[in-house]
Design a protein around this ligand. Sequence first.
Ligand SMILES: [Zn+2]
Length: 81
Amino acid sequence: MKKNYLNYLKCIKCEKEKLSIFPENVMDDEEFEEGIIRCEHCSAVYPILDGIPCFLPESLRDISINEKTTVLVSQFIPLEG
Ligand SMILES: [Zn+2]
């Protein structure tokens, strides 16, 4: 995920645009592979996984960020071949 994508994102909880990135695996100064996006207004946190910001409600997030992720995602993305 590129750092400037934050300019286009907002918190799904409070709908503010005051988000910060806390990178864990930095590809370079402008791109993040893994980390956390935190809302400075309501302190909600959203993970960045494989470079993709995961803006899910907390009720869905517990399910999606574990081994079930592949199963859930595959229901929405057609498999190639
Ligand atoms: Zn928020």
